[in-house]
Structures are given as C-alpha cells and as structure tokens.
Design a protein around this ligand. Sequence first.
Ligand SMILES: Nc1ncnc2c1ncn2[C@@H]1O[C@H](COP(=O)(O)OP(=O)(O)OP(=O)(O)O)[C@@H](O)[C@H]1O
Length: 193
Amino acid sequence: MTGGIASGKTTVSNYLRELGAQVIDADHVARQVVAPGERAWRDIQEYFGPRYFLPDQQLDRRALGKLVFFDAKAREQLNKIIHPRVREQFRTETEEWSKKGLPAIVWDVPLLLETGMDKMVDEVWVVAVKEEQQVERVIQRDQLEQGEAMARIKAQMPLEEKIKKADKIIDANVGKEDMFDQVATLWKEATCC
Ligand SMILES: Nc1ncnc2c1ncn2[C@@H]1O[C@H](COP(=O)(O)OP(=O)(O)OP(=O)(O)O)[C@@H](O)[C@H]1O
C-alpha cells in the first residue's frame, strides 16, 4: 500500500490491523536498519562522518534530513545505503510471517513505486486523495503554511502516475467510514478462498 503525504496510509493500515492484517511499516523498518551497530548505521558513519550522530550514537535524523533535502548527491548516497537494507528486512519479515500461515501481508511503503519495491509485491494499493484535500490535511496535521505544504506535495510522484501503477485504488476523499468500507472489501477479496 502506498500513497502521497497525508493521504491516509496510516489510517488505512491501522484499520487493516483491526481486520487482522499483519502490516509491515516502512518508516518503522527504516528506523530499525539505522539502529546503532547495524550495517546501514556503519555505512552512514563511514560516508557522512560523525557529525550526523548524536552523543548516544543514534543517527541524527534531523541533521541528515536537512542535508539530503538540499543535496541530491547526498540523498542518492543515503538511499543507496538504506534502501537495500530496507528491502532485505521486508523480505525477511515477510518470509517469517508467511511461515505462520497468514492469508496476506500488507506493506505500508510511502515510496513503494519510487524505489521499485512494487516489483516485490503481488498487488499495489494506492490511497488516493485530491490535492486540495491533501493540502488541507497536511496544513492541519503538521501545522504548516500553505506554500510549505504544497512544496512537500509537489516533491512527490504525482498521484496520476501512482494510479497508473495501482492494482487497487482506495478513494480517500470520502469520510473515514466510507474509506474503511472500501478497505474491508479489498481485504476480503485479497484474503478469501
Ligand atoms: N478518509 C478520511 N477522511 C478524513 N480525514 C482523514 C481520512 N483519512 C485520513 N484522514 C486524516 O488525514 C490525516 C493524514 O492521515 P494519515 O496520517 O493516515 O496519512 P499518511 O498517508 O499516513 O500520512 P504520512 O505519510 O504523511 O505520514 C490524519 O489527520 C487523518 O486522521
């Protein structure tokens, strides 16, 4: 499952958990793989240096985030370090959960299409929200100015492109209850028979 910023991915994945889905969350995995001592943590130290680490050895996500927002080469390098580890962790966790006989496993990955991870799944679900609605949700949730919210939205792959690659679309322009009805139907289809 994927979708733009503040489209409703977390809301959908929390509901999927209620329905009994096992959800693997990319934000969580991305934090796991840079934990002190992990391979990506070591690679980041080697390439970016100690200034991007806090006194307790944790990665200074804010400092590194600032750097890669403005520096495309640094961003590319960081992605090169982190993405393979994230993919590996997804594969391992999925194998473990599959052995337990779960009917389906949901990957909640904001950059599913951008990173090519869509090639690793059976079905791509896109949580789709109109830009006006998205701007409103970003402004409200993150307390941002309109321009800043817009800049974040524009930095992402356009919704039309995501929709082209989707097997299933969740319309997130409607209220939560209506959105949950769609999710319940998709979950039933994916897990039945
Ligand atoms: N169908 C909906 N109707 C109204 N509000 C919604 C709906 N879906 C989500 N929201 C609200 O929109 C905001 C963003 O939703 P959510 O955090 O689930 O998005 P997200 O895609 O996980 O965001 P991000 O990737 O930026 O963390 C939240 O405040 C959430 O309560």
